[in-house]
Design a protein around this ligand. Structure first.
Ligand SMILES: *[C@@H]1O[C@H](CO)[C@@H](O)[C@H](O)[C@H]1NC(C)=O
Ligand SMILES: *[C@@H]1O[C@H](CO)[C@@H](O)[C@H](O)[C@H]1NC(C)=O
Ligand SMILES: *[C@@H]1O[C@H](CO)[C@@H](O)[C@H](O)[C@H]1NC(C)=O
Length: 430
């Protein structure tokens, strides 16, 4: 029978008696609605279910996604239980071993190994993933965005522990369309090398395949809020445009591009010299490190002489990742760009690239300071690391990705989000 081949039969026996027999019934009894039958026959084997032994399975994700207080409280209590904290940790060595048999790894982790729709197949994407720790986070992110028609370049920080590098390298070698960047750099916080890591992936992605339509960059603590099909549809509706934060530089940030900075003892510091203005008197705009741009934008970054000069100029500034892409986005002639006029300014809230909750913009709707409700997880460097209580709000946002998640600290947020997305990806197709 068809489902024997797909390994469903074995899994079926692992079901609890009740669930298992219900599932059998749903297969045997002709269902009223053809859509549902088609879904069960074609895709249900790719759902994440409770038989995929994970310690988070005691949580009721549908209640959590609806923001139900009791379910959230239970999740919170579970999260702080010592035993739970212990069992959710996955050592890097696990991935090295588990990827020895790639087919088994892909299958047991339920990677999507065929394009789910023609629309997605015809619209491949290129991802740059810049990672330095938390292999479990990375693997779950990769699984959430993986499709065989996209390509993925992974940059692991040069100073990452060997076990992180080896584990991630082992994971990538299980997929023909996932590769390690050809040139690795030592990423310094707020320094130039953060941009260089993405640039190296951009060059590799551009060179590796000519078919991809859009580029998205991620870090290891991002997670999607949309399925691949939804991402493709959102990108198509941009009609060739890019979507990223690009607005006037706030007064307090101007010193970042007016002084010369250098890395001293692994930290970026001003050295007491002022910088010349940007080449061609380009207006420097403010944004962030995360962008959604078309292939032509990447070609410009790699080939446009003005941008080469801008890149050279930006190498001794503070946090160039937070102005370079924003500035390029407003340069005439760059595919998908907009005019430099402030009427075209775009905030991070309006762009679809990334939602990040900054601590000082949290609050209630009637506060002028607030742009989003309070963080339900915890903060790291003033950024919200989402808890399960943030999910209901997150999945209503138009952004393709959210930052930050931490599967070690708050695994239930990741668990419920990945289940929700997989279910949606499989059911939206039939
Ligand atoms: C989970 O929560 C949903 C929504 O409140 C509820 O309908 C369902 O019965 C719950 N499931 C379990 C197993 O408690
Ligand atoms: C290594 O992986 C294999 C399957 O790929 C598994 O059977 C075995 O138990 C694993 N060993 C360890 C030490 O995790
Ligand atoms: C692309 O690949 C070609 C040959 O394979 C190489 O000569 C060229 O330098 C590469 N370009 C980039 C930007 O890596």
């Amino acid at each position: 029978m068809w489902f024997l081949k797909r390994g469903c039969w074995l899994q079926l026996f692992k079901f609890s008696a009740v669930l298992g027999s219900l599932w059998m019934l749903s297969l045997l009894i002709p269902l009223k609605r053809g859509r549902r039958t088609a879904y069960i026959l074609r895709y249900q084997w790719q759902e994440y279910t409770n038989i995929d032994e994970s310690p988070e399975k005691v949580c009721n994700c549908s209640a959590i996604l609806q923001g139900e207080k009791e379910a959230l409280l239970q999740a919170k209590l579970l999260t702080i239980t010592n035993n739970f904290q212990k069992v959710i940790q996955i050592p890097n060595e696990y991935y090295i071993n588990a990827t020895q048999d790639c087919r088994k790894f892909q299958k047991s982790r339920k990677y999507i190994t065929f394009p789910l729709s023609k629309e997605e197949e015809d619209f491949p994407l290129a991802y740059s993933m810049v990672v330095h720790h938390k292999v479990q986070n990375f693997e779950r992110l990769l699984r959430a965005i993986y499709t065989p028609q996209n390509i993925y370049c992974v940059h692991v920080d040069k100073k990452a522990p060997a076990s992180v590098f080896i584990a991630i390298n082992a994971i990538t070698s299980c997929f023909p369309n996932v590769f390690m960047v050809s040139k690795t750099v030592d990423v310094v916080y707020a320094g130039w090398t953060r941009v260089q890591a993405d640039l190296n992936c951009m060059a590799d992605l551009y060179n590796t395949s000519t078919t991809w339509k859009y580029f998205i960059n991620l870090c290891g603590q991002d997670f999607p809020l949309k399925t691949n099909l939804e991402i493709v549809q959102a990108l198509r509706s941009l009609k060739g445009g890019n979507s990223l934060e690009s607005e006037e530089m706030p007064q307090g940030k101007k010193k970042r591009v007016m002084n010369v900075y250098q890395v001293v003892d692994g930290q970026i510091q001003p050295i007491g010299k002022t910088k010349d203005p940007a080449p061609f008197n380009l207006p420097i705009l403010s944004g962030n490190a995360y962008i959604v741009v078309n292939r032509g934008y990447i070609r410009s970054v790699l080939e446009d002489k003005r941008i080469q000069a801008l890149i050279e100029w930006a190498k001794d500034t503070y946090s160039p990742d937070e102005f370079l892409w924003a500035t390029i986005q407003r340069m005439p002639g760059v595919p998908g760009s907009t005019w430099p006029n402030p009427k075209f300014d775009m905030t991070d809230i309006n762009a679809i690239a990334r939602i990040v909750k900054w601590q000082w913009h949290e609050g209630s709707e009637d506060s002028l300071q607030a742009a989003y409700p309070e963080c339900k997880g915890h903060h790291v460097r003033s950024i919200c690391v989402y808890g399960a209580g943030d999910l209901q709000w997150l999945i209503e946002q138009h952004h393709l990705f959210a930052n930050k998640f931490d599967a070690d600290r708050d695994p239930i947020a990741v668990y419920c989000l990945e289940k929700y997305l997989r279910h949606k990806a499989l059911t939206e197709l039939v």
